[in-house]
Ligand binder design. Structure first.
Ligand code: ADP
Length: 154
């Protein structure tokens, strides 16, 4: 019984899994939402990153925990300030598509020093215009890894 080969097979299996099969629900706010309400939302949904959409529902920005912390210590009216002022905006958002692999997702997370990726579908004939269909985080990838490595014992 070759444990080493078995481990390798599972590792390859893991890396080739599709984003579509492991993505989580994206937590979304309107880009006009106040920073205060975004912070409340972050706690209510128990996530580390929020995604902002415009009036058409297209991805407009990413708001991380530290974006909110930085604003909270530096601004005095969090109720008036919209998240659109502090978010990381298109076209600077690193995205991933459902048919890409977990390996591609892991590389994007590590190379860009970020915790999450919005899973998107590009709107036809509109460059840099995306519909949000999910999110991939370091937690998602760790969970997928555990599930696949666990199958070995079953
Ligand atoms: P935190 O800032 O809480 O440590 P991240 O490491 O994910 O969380 O975010 C670091 C910075 O990168 C933040 O300013 C955030 O807006 C931005 N960011 C997060 N995710 C993305 C992404 N997918 N594409 C582009 N920028 C991102």
């Amino acid at each position: 019984y070759n444990h080493k080969r078995d481990g390798k097979r599972h590792a390859e299996n893991f890396l080739h899994q599709k984003v579509a099969d492991y993505k989580a629900h994206p937590i979304v706010v309107e880009k006009s939402t106040s920073v205060y309400d975004a912070i409340v939302q972050l706690f209510l949904e128990d996530v580390g990153t929020l995604y902002a959409v415009d009036g058409l529902g297209h991805l407009a920005g990413v708001i991380s925990r530290k974006d909110l912390l930085r604003t909270a210590i530096g601004s005095n009216n969090l109720h008036e300030l919209p998240v659109s002022v502090i978010m990381t905006r298109m076209p600077n958002i690193i995205t991933i598509e459902p048919q890409e692999t977990l390996l591609q997702a892991a590389k994007k997370l590590i190379e860009n020093h970020i915790d999450s990726l919005p899973v998107v579908k590009e709107v036809e004939n509109q460059r840099n215009t995306y519909l949000l269909v999910g999110r991939i985080t370091k937690t998602t990838i760790t969970r997928a890894y555990l599930e696949i490595m666990d199958e070995k014992s079953g």
